[in-house]
Design a binder for this molecule. Structure first.
Ligand SMILES: [Zn+2]
Length: 216
């Protein structure tokens, strides 16, 4: 991580010149762990897709803080990844799920967890739950059954992985990034369901993220 001061450039120039730079923090263990390094590449790809184009010639750019949230998630993700890699406990599924969960919170599209998105029933006492991607949250088993009868399984998680994802996202939402250890993910479909939700929210396609195949 570096602090860079850019010099003024001509209004017609698209070249960003670094006047001064200062290293603030660097990782040691990520580079020695193939999966951790692939995750870092994926984080960079995701941030590249979500970040707006920087305009050096925008006079009001200094007052724009819309990027702060993304920076915070990325910064936390890299520090967390380095910590897990240094303890040789880097579980890519867990790291990716935490990253995506924190990103969804930051972007304001975290799945609704408290109540069923259809009947408003409180969900923490319900056994079977389904993530309904195109409704932005979880549904109780009963409403999910009706939905499957009506339109099939498109944009719906399975009942078992729905419950597991609901639990995992609860941990991600209620704990600070660096307090989270490894999430216990028993069913790999949970990660695929979360990725599908993430793509849907931001109109992404899986093929946009080349590093993903090195992780999953
Ligand atoms: Zn319901």
């Amino acid at each position: 991580m570096m602090k860079v001061e850019l010099s003024h450039t001509r209004a017609t120039s698209e070249l960003h010149r670094a006047k001064e730079w200062l290293p603030l923090w660097s990782y040691e263990h990520i580079r020695l762990n193939y999966k951790a390094f692939s995750l870092l590449c994926l984080y960079a790809e995701v941030m590249g897709e979500l970040s707006p184009q920087e305009n050096l010639h925008d006079e009001h750019g200094d007052f724009d803080d819309t990027m702060e949230g993304l920076f915070r998630v990325l910064s936390n993700a890299v520090v967390h990844l380095e910590g897990r890699a240094s303890q040789k406990q880097c579980d890519p599924w867990s790291e990716l799920s935490i990253f995506l969960g924190k990103l969804l919170i930051e972007q304001g599209v975290f799945p609704i967890r408290d109540n069923c998105v259809f009947c408003d029933k409180v969900l923490n006492t319900q056994g079977a739950l389904t993530l309904v991607t195109d409704h932005g949250g979880f549904s109780c088993g009963e409403c999910a059954e009706h939905l499957v009868e009506e339109r099939g399984r498109e944009h719906l998680s399975g009942l078992q992985e729905g419950r597991e994802l609901w639990e995992i996202l609860g941990s991600v939402a209620n704990q600070r990034y660096q307090e989270l250890g490894a999430l216990k993910i028993e069913n790999p479909e949970v990660v695929h369901t979360l990725l599908h939700y993430f793509y849907y929210q931001f109109h992404f396609q899986a093929h946009q993220f080349k590093s993903l195949k090195m992780i999953l």
